[in-house]
Ligand binder design. Structure first.
Ligand SMILES: NC(=O)c1ccc[n+]([C@@H]2O[C@H](COP(=O)([O-])OP(=O)(O)OC[C@H]3O[C@@H](n4cnc5c(N)ncnc54)[C@H](O)[C@@H]3O)[C@@H](O)[C@H]2O)c1
Length: 266
């Protein structure tokens, strides 16, 4: 690799926390970061899955991954994860990705008029409050040496979900998801502005829908509604996350990076 590319993208020795790292996209983030030389700290509520994914990532990248079961809606749990990270690697992290989301059942297809407020509160607890808590705990740990934070939103935080593609599947993306993912956009800008003097960059990644064996009709409709004509593969956000966490994006903060096959372009 050329020295310019190395300088921009290698992350050797950096400690990067991936919150929600056992998820479909989260795992792909861990893979690319470990491959770029970062020491990855994989946080997830599902501790068993976190250990499984960490082992897979270590095996295929030859890198270092520490899995820690963490509930990012609880500050003490995140503080404990920070302590374990420092104990393991001897340094605070300089990178953080917030890639969690609440996945409940029974409220996806609900009309906004009847969307249960309990579901709204649960979604916001993980997708918004949990992200803020994670930024607070790991962001503060970056106050001395700086760092880069990426919060993961969604196309549905920018525009409404399109009810026409869901038909009567009952899996429509709910209003609570839309509200929570929109909140990420400006929370991120606020942090970017208020932590500018701490040398902490804070940006939002906006992914589009990932193919995950959804029903044929839905996949067909989603693809037709997408300028690139298909859903994403989970690994198609690896380039963006590496760019956003590495020196390659050293002049970028408060930005929204959209990687959605063109979904929001028309
Ligand atoms: N998959 C998509 O199609 C898609 C599209 C656009 C945006 N996104 C966003 O990308 C991000 C990653 O998506 P994904 O597909 O990997 O999601 P996923 O549901 O596969 O993974 C989310 C992970 O977060 C974990 N989690 C949930 N609550 C937690 C908590 N309280 N504390 C710690 N961990 C918790 C879950 O255990 C899970 O492993 C999410 O923010 C999602 O909203 C996903």
């Amino acid at each position: 690799m050329s020295s310019i590319v190395n300088k921009l993208f290698r992350m050797d020795g950096k400690v990067v926390v991936v919150n929600g790292g056992a998820g479909r996209i989260g795992k792909q983030f861990c893979l690319v970061l470990a491959d770029a030389g970062a020491k990855v700290v994989l946080l997830d509520l599902d501790g068993a899955r976190a250990s499984e994914v960490a082992a897979e990532v270590c095996h295929s990248s030859g890198g270092t991954v520490l899995a820690i079961e963490t509930d990012s809606t609880k500050k003490e749990s995140l503080e404990e994860a920070l302590e374990k990270t420092v104990a393991e690697f001897g340094t605070a992290p300089s990178g953080l990705v917030n890639s969690t989301q609440f996945r409940g059942t029974g409220f996806y297809g609900s009309d906004p008029a009847d969307h249960p407020i309990e579901a709204w509160n649960q979604v916001f607890a993980v997708n918004v409050s949990g992200v803020l808590l994670s930024c607070q705990v790991f962001g503060k740990a970056m106050f001395e040496s700086g760092g880069s934070i990426v919060n993961v939103s969604s196309t549905y935080g920018i525009v409404s979900a399109d009810p026409r593609i869901y038909g009567d599947s009952g899996v429509n993306s709910p209003i609570s998801y839309a509200g929570s993912k929109s909140a990420i956009l400006n929370m991120t800008r606020y942090l970017a502005v208020h932590w500018r003097e701490k040398n902490i960059r804070v940006n939002t990644l906006v992914p589009g829908g990932v193919f995950d064996n959804q029903g044929e009709e839905f996949v067909k409709n989603y693809s037709a509604r997408t300028p690139l004509g298909r859903m994403a593969n989970a690994d198609e956000y690896q380039g963006a996350i590496l760019f956003m966490l590495s020196s390659a994006s050293s002049y970028m903060t408060g930005a929204t990076v959209t990687v959605d096959g063109g979904w929001t372009a028309w």
